[in-house]
Design a protein around this ligand. Structure first.
Ligand code: MN
Length: 230
């Protein structure tokens, strides 16, 4: 095959305690999935229907230096549990989801909050607020076989050492098995898909120089630093 230019490389994430990499296919996200966070956004927590959106696969980054993005003056962090899918499936029953999970990661759903809110008010898509370059920093992927099922456990985030988010995975409105089942009714899930499962309360703005640490019980910590725009 002769391409008109060199094809871009595949995005992949290191697998913890392994020389292997997890190749990324698609990045799905769930919005409004912790009641206290929905309230802090000025909305009523509702269970129906789940709020799904996507980020481009190459928004995933595994390095700790994250450039401040263009086009915003209100750049927010959101610490989230990320599910890594390891098997193709559609119309998956909630009771069958475990065999589709390869593992988990700690992720940041970085958000241009001003653009997310203004596009929402206009009835426009969320892409400019959510799906931009470097908007999805993640930790290594931890295989399910190593860490076990994660349906509860502390999720927390600090900025420059100050606690900002501190909640529990069990506080999700839509649970992991329901998220996978619902998403698989809308899309054919593929090995390599990632699902960001939503953030708890305590989101806020960051600027260059800020150091963020997100942690999830059983998965450990991941640190990033916001640096000057490219
Ligand atoms: Mn989010």
């Amino acid at each position: 095959m002769k391409y008109v230019f060199e094809p871009p490389g595949l995005t992949s994430i290191p697998v913890a305690n392994s020389a292997q990499e997890f190749p990324v296919h698609r990045v799905y996200c769930v919005g409004k999935n912790y009641a206290e966070h929905v309230r802090e956004m000025g909305l009523d927590p509702k269970r129906d229907p789940p709020c799904f959106f996507m980020k481009p696969a190459d928004a995933i980054v595994t390095t700790g230096q994250i450039p401040y993005p263009p086009g915003t003056s209100n750049y927010h962090y959101e610490a989230e549990l990320v599910i890594a899918i390891g098997k193709q499936g559609s119309n998956i029953l909630a009771e069958d989801v475990m065999s589709y999970i390869y593992g988990y990661a700690v992720g940041f759903d970085m958000t241009r909050r001003d653009l997310q809110i203004s596009s929402g008010k206009l009835g426009y898509p969320w892409e400019t607020g959510k799906g931009f370059d470097y908007s999805a920093p993640v930790s290594s992927v931890y295989p399910l076989s190593d860490v076990g099922r994660i349906d509860s456990g502390r999720i927390a985030l600090t900025v420059n050492g100050e606690p900002r988010q501190d909640s529990d995975i069990s506080d999700m409105i839509w649970k992991n098995h329901e998220i996978i089942s619902e998403l698989s009714r809308l899309y054919i899930l593929q090995p390599g898909d990632l699902i960001f499962t939503g953030t708890p309360a305590g989101v806020g703005a960051v600027v260059p120089g800020d150091k963020l640490v997100a942690s999830i019980e059983k998965l450990g910590e991941v640190a990033i630093e916001i640096v000057e725009p490219l």
